[in-house]
Design a protein around this ligand. Structure first.
Ligand code: FPP
Length: 240
């Protein structure tokens, strides 16, 4: 197996193509999501093996609430089941599990399971696995701006100090506080758009668009994405 020279610290994936994968096989869309969980498992394992420190997954966007209720329910049930089933794997492999997004929109039972899984894995340090649930980039920036404004309003004496905030300072109001920006954002299924994902945090991410549908995106595809990243020349707008 080829060694990868420059492993990205944070790899983020827009998992796309579950529905098409199912349709190609004459199955219900939900079957594509179930198979997609196998890809989540495979990529998580590959991330640990390659030394990636943060793996984040766009599992459900704010816009996805507009899908048929049956599909929304199937997806939420799948998240719930996966968290319960994977907790022991997270604990055995040193994986810290985090869910970020508009948590108020998730049900109480799912939120309790998320809290439990986050708390039990909070001391793990091998890999941080972030699942974005009910997340969108614009929502994140707006909630950050509201929290920032509320802080200014509640401490008028500190207004000048608070208003001297810089980009790193504002970044602390985003739900991703403490998590490094993604070095590499992968999107599967041949679609080439960001779909309201990590708009602030992805400012200087490298992008990799793969034609492979998410349920077929496994360890080999993950490793090959990392190899492609290792050949990129990142200049951050400067000249080398
Ligand atoms: C996009 O495919 C996929 C999703 C909206 C859901 C992804 C969720 C999972 C793989 C479930 C489990 C996740 C975790 C973290 C346990 P699509 O339905 O938009 O496919 P299409 O574009 O082909 O219709």
């Amino acid at each position: 197996m080829k060694t990868i020279d420059r492993v990205p610290v944070h790899v983020s994936i827009i998992m796309d193509g579950n529905g098409r994968w199912a349709r190609e096989r004459g199955l219900e869309r939900a079957a594509g999501h179930v198979e997609g969980v196998e890809s989540v498992r495979a990529c998580t394992e590959a991330a640990v093996e390659c030394g990636v420190r943060y793996l984040s997954l766009y599992a459900f966007s704010e816009e996805n609430w507009g899908r048929p209720q049956e599909e929304v329910n199937a997806l939420m049930a799948l998240m719930f089941k996966s968290m319960i089933e994977e907790l022991s794997t997270f604990l055995e492999n040193g994986i810290r599990f985090i869910v970020l997004g508009h948590r108020e929109r998730l049900g109480d039972e799912l939120n309790r399971t998320i809290d439990d899984c986050m708390e039990k894995t909070s001391g793990n340090t091998v890999l941080t696995l972030v699942v974005f649930l009910s997340y969108s980039g614009k929502w994140d920036i707006l909630q950050a701006a509201k929290r920032y404004a509320r802080e200014i309003l509640s401490c008028p004496g500190k207004a000048d100090e608070l208003l001297s905030i810089d980009e790193d300072g504002f970044g602390k109001y985003l739900v991703t506080e403490g998590i490094p920006d993604p070095d590499l954002i992968i999107r599967t299924s041949g679609e080439m758009r960001l779909s309201n994902y990590l708009l602030w945090q992805g400012a200087y991410s490298e992008f990799l668009f793969s034609d492979i549908l998410w349920p077929d995106f496994r360890k080999e595809e993950f490793r090959s994405a990392l190899l492609s990243y290792s050949k990129r020349d990142r200049r951050y707008g400067k000249v080398k």
